[in-house]
Design a protein around this ligand. Structure first.
Ligand code: ZN
Length: 494
């Protein structure tokens, strides 16, 4: 009886996923190929799909089915876990009024469009009214969802279940205490020399090299593709269609390549989810922190390692003939690891990166809690950049407008980037222990065993294990930032 009902539930969840992934295709198109005039009608289409998905998730029959199944004694452990997670998801969805869901979706498309324009024109004022509306909607969302202590906790939960303001305040304080002296040591050791990455390189060659990297990583091009977008991202329409984007920045060698490796890491996670779990919690990623651990592991622990550049150097020289004749792997390694406070988060080095996150975390926490106003953001932003990173922000496009997240309503998202880096260092330290000869494999551009290790230990579980459960199962302890600090110290010899 229960198995029949469980199949019924799976059928319903599949249909909901169909609608959501159809919306994801439209969103992918919106950020890659859609012509500018398509924006308004696209916003309407996405809003309609969001409201259809909301109706499907909140219809009474589905909830009854889930409630009944959650008390069933016949389901196996995995099925029961799926049922419990679906039940939680529905109960959360039920707290959001339908008109709110439609309004939020519409506002998201509009504010994304306004953000693009404002960034292009370097004028925060063009975005401010849309952002104000978005902040207001997010405050309302937090109220609907419910929270303890701080409204930001409700939003955090969407991206990183279990994370709270208390936990993050503590974590970032700890990060600050440890990173500041390490940064000072690296600065003291640094010999100023020109970074050969900061020149124009042919866009097409960078593109070709980035595709080569994706193939090396084990990204399945028969289940995905790469395109350009303003802000690199990964999106999935099911584990057999997982797409990545990258971007070309003039005067930058590494930006496009590292973006590709980063998104490739996300994509391996999505491609590594089991297709048979389509639409179920077991078929989706467990948290953004763990998602980000996958992108960071590939970007930083692999893509910024000496072994990696030793391995790929012949191909780099082949794709860029007569360009790097006097350069060895060590030169690439040093250039890709240059530590230098800068304006743009996505181009920051691995260390100062976390100050970019800290700044955003402090701002969005206060915004959601009504402690600061949207109109003051450029000033607050610029002051914090001076304070934490010692840099002057020349214009809003290089400052408060640089990231798309707030336009999308992604408040609570940024901290997961830092969590991801810390998880990545901890996971990679474990991989080095468990996979003998990993360093040599990297030098030989052989990533098969590493990819399989990630598939087996992280990807395949989907949401059946929480981020913390994965971490404890894999490394024997909860998140511990000392792995990251150790890794950074070793890399920079301090
Ligand atoms: Zn990422």
């Amino acid at each position: 009886m229960s198995n029949f009902k469980y199949d019924l539930l799976k059928g319903k969840m599949t249909k909901i996923a169909d609608v959501q992934f159809a919306a994801a295709v439209l969103e992918w198109d919106q950020e890659t190929y859609m012509p500018e005039k398509g924006a308004i009608i696209r916003g309407q289409q996405l809003s309609t799909l969001a409201s259809i998905a909301h109706d499907m998730k909140t219809e009474g029959e589905l909830y009854e089915l889930v409630r009944e199944l959650s008390q069933s004694l016949e389901l196996n452990k995995e099925a029961l876990k799926n049922v419990c997670l679906i039940k939680e998801d529905i109960e959360k969805e039920q707290r959001l009024p339908k008109e709110f869901v439609t309004q939020l979706s519409l506002a998201t498309s509009q504010s994304f469009h306004a953000w693009q324009k404002a960034k292009e024109k370097r004028d925060f004022n063009l975005f401010a009214p849309f952002l104000s509306e978005m902040v207001e909607l997010k405050r309302r969302e937090a109220t609907y969802l419910g929270y303890e202590k701080h409204p930001y906790n409700a939003l955090l939960h969407e991206f990183e279940p279990g994370a709270t303001v208390d936990f993050l305040d503590n974590l970032f304080e700890n990060v600050k205490q440890k990173l500041i002296p390490i940064l000072a040591q690296i600065k003291a050791k640094k010999v100023e020399k020109e970074n050969f990455f900061k020149q124009d390189y042919p866009k097409e060659s960078l593109w070709n090299l980035s595709n080569y990297f994706l193939i090396l990583m084990g990204y399945d091009f028969e289940a995905g593709r790469q395109d350009y977008s303003a802000h690199p991202f990964t999106t999935s329409f099911g584990s057999n269609d997982v797409r990545v984007t990258t971007r070309y920045t003039k005067g930058e060698f590494a930006d496009l390549l590292l973006s590709t490796i980063h998104e490739g890491g996300h994509a391996l996670y999505e491609q590594g989810l089991l297709a048979e779990n389509y639409g179920l919690p077991a078929g989706s990623a467990t948290s953004l922190g763990i998602h980000e651990s996958q992108s960071r592991l590939w970007e930083n622990n692999i893509g910024r390692s000496l072994a990696f550049w030793e391995g790929v150097l012949p191909k780099v020289k082949e794709i860029f003939p007569n360009t790097f004749d006097d350069k060895g792997a060590i030169d690439f390694f040093e250039a890709v690891n240059e530590v230098k406070p800068s304006l743009i988060r996505t181009q920051a080095d691995e260390l100062t990166y976390h100050f970019h996150i800290l700044i955003r975390y402090e701002i969005e926490k206060q915004l959601i809690n009504n402690e600061i106003e949207v109109n003051d953001l450029p000033r607050i932003w610029n002051e914090k950049y001076k304070d934490y990173l010692g840099v002057d922000v020349p214009s809003d496009d290089l400052g408060v407008l640089q990231d798309v997240h707030w336009a999308h309503g992604g408040f609570g998202y940024f901290p997961t980037y830092s969590l991801g880096s810390f998880y990545a260092a901890q996971f990679f330290a474990t991989a080095q222990k468990e996979l003998s000869g990993l360093d040599n494999q990297i030098k030989e551009t052989n990533f098969i065993s590493l990819k399989k290790w990630l598939n087996d230990n992280i990807h395949q579980f989907g949401r059946l294990l929480s981020g913390d459960e994965i971490c404890v199962k894999l490394t024997g302890e909860s998140l511990n930032i000392d792995y990251f600090m150790q890794y950074i110290k070793e890399k920079h010899g301090v």
